[in-house]
Design a protein. Sequence first.
Length: 130
Amino acid sequence: MKKKNKARKRISRAAPTRPAQAVSDQYLDRGQDLLAQFQHLPPDSSPEVLAQRKQQLDAALTTLLQGIALGDMEQAQADHQRGKLSDQQKQRRIDTALDEFNQAVIPTPPEPEESRSFIWGANGEFIYLG
C-alpha cells in the first residue's frame, strides 16, 4: 500500500523542450554543413569538378554570411525590446543587416557553353583551335 502512495506522489516530468532555433542559427548550421561536405581536391581535377566545387563553396559561404546578417537583425530587435535602441537605431541596424544579407549572395557564373573552337590569347589575340 505504501508503494501506491509513493507512486502517486511522484511528479511526472515532461521531456525538456528545446527552445525554437533562431533563423540565423539555421542558416549558420546549414552553412557549416555545406562546408563540411567540401573536400580537398586532387590536383588533377577536371574543370567541371572545379566549377562544381566552387559553386558548393560559394553556396556555403553565402549561407554563412546570410546567417550572420540575420543574427544582426535578431540582435537589433532584441536590443530594441530591452530598450537599448530607439526605433530609428533599430531600423538603421536592420537596414544595414538586410543590405549585408542581399550582398552576401555570390553570383554564380552561367553554365559553360558548348566547347569553343577558339580562345583569347594573353595579348588579346584570337587563337583558333580547330
